[in-house]
Design a protein around this ligand. Sequence first.
Ligand SMILES: [Zn+2]
Length: 89
Amino acid sequence: MSGVMRRIPCPHCKRPTHVRKTIQITATCREVTCHCTNEQCGCVFVAEITPVRILSPSAIPDPGIFIPLSRHVDVDRVTDDLFKDVKRV
Ligand SMILES: [Zn+2]
């Protein structure tokens, strides 16, 4: 998968959509209004974008945000990285 965000497909005809409007709902939830590009379909819908799990932790984490780590993340390695500058006693 490339680094470019893929378009959200229309739930009915599966064609790509254009995002026309986005609204931040909460710190971790954003609503996007999508318009189907298929003129014969014409579907307009609202989708939610919410981070559900972390694959690689932030180097500058916001303490007010909690998003679970993916079970594929090596927790011991992440913990070692987070506390590498803390002197152990
Ligand atoms: Zn459509």
